[in-house]
Design a protein. Sequence first.
Length: 244
Amino acid sequence: MTSLSNEIKKLLNEKGADLVGVGDITGIEEKEAISKEFHHYTRAVAIGMKLHKFQKPEKVNGALDEHSLMLAYLKENEDITLKLNGLLRDAVKFLRKRKYRCMAIPPIAVAEERKFISALYNLFSHKMAVTMSGLGWVGKNGMVINGEYGPNLIWATILTDAELTPSPPQLESMCGECRLCVTACPVGALLGVNWSRSRGNHEVIDLEKCGNYMAENSYKYGRPVCGICFMACPMGVKKTRKSG
């Protein structure tokens, strides 16, 4: 139903979403990405809101003020997460009013606070929703990259059985020969390979190295975080919110 798809996209865009896409999740690979009790869902609605383009600062008195930059990054993540949660509520209300079943998966930033949703996130990721809706690919940094905004987006997902018209999926990486994030990683966690649907996410990044480094930052910022590869990506510099 193209009209229904246009309606929900229009609603979410008017409420503040920067990107909205619909993916077909009826294929075998997509069904394997979610537990059997949720196989009645046939569509994933990916909702993205853009961040500032945070870039590694110049040296100040011989040192990089990464601490202040990271705190600003975390604060904006929190603000946009709240807005995305509001969009999820609007989308769920829209779909249930029309008698469709649906389930909201919030941004990963809050997944650890809700055990059930956290478990569901691990079974069906935002990356799957975004790539299946054609809104981006998985970069060499393991993050979703959009052609306009780069990695500078936070994502939320709605799973539904609504008769929404899907977009063609993104099957290959568009990173090409770029290796800026790979060389920027302080622990060599990025493997420097281009993602594809057949290859999957696990061959792009060494999750153990990445996770251990992020965990080391917990005492500084109150949660596991890094962001260096995010800041190194050149995509989306002109399209995201200007800092300052």
